[in-house]
Design a protein. Sequence first.
Length: 110
Amino acid sequence: MTKTYLFLIAAIFCEVAGTMLLPITQNFTKLIPTSVLAFCYLSAFYLLTFVVNKLPIAIVYATWSGLGVFTIAILGYIFFKQNLSWQAILGLFLIVLGVVLVNSYSSKLI
């Protein structure tokens, strides 16, 4: 089960890396960032194929998207100087809380 969650974390990392490259590709006109972005997204989906064989897809998608949104928002604040209101920060922490709850109680069903 630990290996499954490591694949999920790696998939999240690849998806976040690809998404962070979106502004750098300048509408896919820069070849190298676009190629790395495509590799990151393909890697994320490839890694997810291993995860969905072991965990319910609803749990996988909730975790992948929730932690991805949280991480991208924080990295956007750090690297792209995008502002986050207190309401947005509260919402992000609620997303993380939801992911924790979903994963905590889903293990009883698996």
